[in-house]
Design a binder for this molecule. Structure first.
Ligand code: PRX
Length: 659
């Protein structure tokens, strides 16, 4: 076992239960507990039959499938493999043909620019399809074919969803890269996927600043990106950008030259839909591959179940499309379910802290899905901005990304939800494709701090180091014992790593990387990662990635990055750094190193603290003893100057004891 497995102990006991409010349960899609129980039992006894029914009920297939799951190539699941369908057809055309042509699919609000009223754009299902049809033609015109990879590096504007759906429409595979990643990270991802085309924008608005995305793309493509032949540039901020003749094209010019016609290309259920990079325990991000039929079944069914969606709902998930939440529960799940999705380009505190509450009031948002780190920030701002607004349109709240502490849960329930909205705490991962553990809000009590029970057709377990199922309340590793349709199919270009990371630790099961316990009611309490992956503001950051970035700085000899608890961000990154022999430490070096990490990976990976040490504590075999560093980092910040040289000789002395 890893040295940090001893962190899987839980002392949290939470007795409060929040039963579904009668008014909510009365109108819920699934409001009868006996019916829900029967569904759970049937799904548990035959998950393949359950998911096969879901695939038929939730989606339109151009060629029906005859087989549910083929697990003969384990751990590569094949779901509904002989069926054919198209994701964009399911998200758009079938709704246009069945009464939702004029229903809003996307309502987007931009960040208010220069004190003006924010721009609002509404796209009905019919209008969104027209845009996607045009965009699909643009991709084809630029030489993108079925199976080709397209990198998408956009702000949160409707074109992000349009680009994703246009790729799906022609069977191209998208790789969305969050706009906060640096040129270096963007280039690595473009090269790893072998992208032919990059779709970007001149920029996007964030906290009143124009993020100059095209400049970052130019830097990324400046050297060694051999597969990229074209760049499509959406105009958003309107600032000047360099356009490279022959390579760069304006999105709007090509869209105007295209027609709103054309059907989608049916693809086999196991055709790749997208690659999404996420951090792991090595320095190299993993390109998680998701395919078509199983993924869409999973996100459609779970979106409907967990968010109890109705045709009159206005649903707002605050995630960026650059993350899995943005793929599964901003774009694919909601649109496949025919919902109306609200999108907001900007940040919650710009131009002031009323922003989100003003949006909920003006647009009458009914379902709001966000991350615990955002909630803790709102709590810290106080209730005044919230109480000024009428949030009575809200009927259901959700959280995702990290464990939510009961205090934040109860605050969410009372202050934002007015005590009347169930809260769905949804546990899942980039690799799982969609939600696996969450309440069914019409039929079961929500419990602050736990995502509660697995969804129907999902079979998790808590196991000890030997793989044996643990009794109630004993901590252990969270695993999935049976394949599910949305599960990742491989790591792009590194299948050995896929098998090793997820299927070698607990034979026969998918290993999540999370520690958890199950209470005597069967609720799953997630206790965080058991590997060298940190969760900062709900974003996964591999410590090794940050360490590689630090040691690429010319003055750094060695670096170890650990997490410490942080009230707002959940965890914060603390970097212990030793400098090359003879390098004098100068004031400002810590800040230089933080900026260096920002440049290499992106601002989201910038360490909260950089601490210098003459040497790092190591085992005899040379492994850095992170557990000791974690303890040191967790005891609080060093007083005064953070560039004080750390005396780790005390830890060094402990090493024999720890081996
Ligand atoms: O540790 C768990 C935590 O986030 C990890 C997955 O991160 P990522 O792939 O970036 O996806 C985030 C959005 C789905 C998990 O292994 N996590 C996610 N949701 C929860 C959570 N921890 C506790 N409770 C949750 N609801």
């Amino acid at each position: 076992m890893k040295d940090n497995n001893d962190t899987i102990t839980s002392t949290l006991t939470e007795e409060r239960r929040f039963a579904p409010p009668a008014a909510f349960a009365a109108r819920a899609q699934l409001g009868d507990p006996a019916q829900a129980q029967a569904l759970r039992e049937a799904a548990a006894s035959d998950p393949v039959a359950y998911w096969s029914d879901a695939a038929r009920q939730e989606l339109r297939w151009t060629k029906p499938f005859t087989q549910g799951l083929d697990w003969s190539r384990a751990p590569h699941a094949q779901w509904f493999a002989d069926g054919e369908l198209n994701v964009s057809d399911n998200c758009l055309d079938r709704h246009c043909e069945s009464g939702r042509l004029h229903k809003a699919a996307l309502i987007w609000e931009g960040e208010p620019v220069n004190g003006n009223e924010p721009e609002v754009r509404t796209l009905t299902y019919g209008q969104l399809r027209a845009q996607v049809q045009r965009a699909a033609q643009v991709l084809t015109r630029l030489g993108v074919q079925k199976g080709d990879r397209v990198a998408i590096y956009l702000p949160l504007i409707p074109e992000a969803a349009i680009a994703m759906l246009a790729c799906a429409r022609i069977g191209a595979v998208h790789s969305v890269i969050f706009g906060g990643f640096s040129a270096e990270s963007l280039r690595d991802r473009i090269n790893d996927a072998g992208a032919k085309l990059v779709i970007t924008a001149d920029g996007g608005w964030r906290r009143g600043q124009a993020l100059r995305l095209k400049d970052v793309v130019d830097e990324a493509l400046g050297h060694r990106t051999p597969t990229v032949t074209s760049v499509l540039v959406v105009q958003r901020t309107g600032h000047d950008v360099a356009m490279s003749a022959g390579r760069d094209h304006w999105w709007h010019e090509h869209m105007e030259a295209s027609k709103a016609t054309g059907t989608s290309v049916p693809v086999p259920a196991e055709h790749p839909l997208f690659i999404l990079y996420t951090s792991g325990t090595t320095g190299k991000p993993k390109g998680i591959l998701h395919t078509t039929g199983g993924y869409l079944t999973h996100v459609t069914r779970t979106f409907k179940q967990v968010f109890d969606i109705r045709d009159d709902d206005l649903y707002w998930c605050t995630a960026d499309v650059g993350w899995i939440t943005g793929h599964s529960y901003v774009v694919y799940g909601p649109l496949s379910a025919g919902a109306t999705v609200f999108l907001y380009e900007g940040a919650p505190a710009f131009p002031d802290k009323n922003r989100f509450w003003d949006i909920i009031e003006r647009h009458r948002i009914s379902i709001f899905y966000t991350a615990p780190t955002a909630l803790r920030t709102f709590m810290a701002w106080g209730e005044a901005p919230i109480l000024k607004h009428d949030l009575s349109s809200l009927r259901l709240l959700g959280t995702v990304g990290e464990p939510i502490n009961p205090a934040a849960w109860v605050w969410y329930h009372e202050v934002i939800g007015g005590g009347r909205c169930p809260i769905v705490d949804t546990w899942w991962q980039t690799e799982t494709g969609g939600i696996l553990i969450a309440p069914l809000p019409g039929v079961q009590a929500c419990v602050p701090g736990t995502a509660t029970l697995p969804l129907p057709g999902i079979l998790p377990d808590i196991v000890g180091p030997d793989g044996a199922s643990q009794p109630a309340n004993a901590g252990g590793l969270l695993v999935l014992k049976h394949p599910w349709p949305g599960m990742a199919r491989t790591i792009w270009g590194d299948d050995a790593r896929f098998k090793d990371t997820y299927f070698s630790r607990v034979p026969g099961s998918y290993f999540t990387g999370d520690g958890a316990r199950r209470d005597s009611d069967g609720n799953f309490w997630i206790m965080g990662r058991v590997d060298d992956v940190l969760n900062v503001s709900g974003h996964r950051i591999g410590t090794m990635e940050v360490e590689s970035a630090l040691v690429s700085h010319p003055l750094v000899a060695e670096a170890a990055v650990v997490g410490r608890p942080d009230l707002l961000t959940g965890q914060a990154l603390v970097a212990f750094v030793t400098l090359n022999l003879g390098t004098p430490q100068h004031p400002g070096l810590a800040e230089d190193l933080r900026q260096h990490v920002s440049r290499e990976i992106g601002a989201l990976a910038r360490p909260a603290e950089v601490r210098f040490a003459a040497a790092l504590p190591k085992t005899r075999s040379g492994k850095i003893m992170r557990r000791l560093l974690r303890e040191l980092a967790g005891q609080g910040t060093v007083s005064g100057d953070t560039s004080t040289l750390e005396d780790l000789s005390v830890l060094e002395a402990l090493r024999t004891a720890d081996e």
